[in-house]
Design a protein around this ligand. Sequence first.
Ligand code: GLN
Length: 242
Amino acid sequence: MTRNERPLTILQLYPRDMNIYGDWGNVLSLSRRARRHGYAPRLVDYNPGDAFPEEVDILVGGGGQDSGQSVIQEDLHAIAPRLRRLAEDGAPMLVICGLYQLFGHDFTTVDGEVLRGIGIFDAHTVGGRERLIGNIVTESEEFGRIVGYENHSGLTTLGPDVQRLGTVVKGEGNNLEDDHEGARHRNVIGSYLHGSLLPKNPRISDFLVEAAARRRYGDFAPAEIDDSLAERAREVAAGRPR
Ligand code: GLN
């Protein structure tokens, strides 16, 4: 089998209910990136009630309204054992905002409704009265500067068993108290950054593709990719007022 024939299955979690502020762009961007690195991406949608595919290489999930989170909650718990097994096995995942919150232990909405999360991240989220909206820049040791756009009212606090994804340089991130943004457990990344995140942060795409390739095929030989356009987009976004 030549390198070009190696498939990678990218599963989009709940695109019907959890897919706002450009999150769909993450899947498109990731799929192009995988192709550039020489893989054959296969995109699969997973909505409530669907059969969960046998082979999954990368999982991507987006944000949603509190109501969307409520709709998918039961199904998310039905597939949680699969998701936890995949996470512990090193499968790469990227979950944004609403699904990031539900990958934690729980999300208590501003009305007091408790949405149970699946606990992949040691994190709790509480709905706030204020929406945190605007351009955001964070720094991460692994990915360098991460640039995006946040729009949420949920306030997330990380516990001791999870790491932050980045440290906030501009914007709010997880909450109003500390400077943490996002979460990281094994190869699972959670973040509040929409935008979409991946077109402006190709290092995260590369991380997801590399982790998937190494897990499935045991190796990864990155292609040289010209990121000058992404670099310009990052500069413009990072320079915008909050
Ligand atoms: N409903 C959640 C919040 O406002 C998630 C929002 C989102 O996914 N953008 O915190």
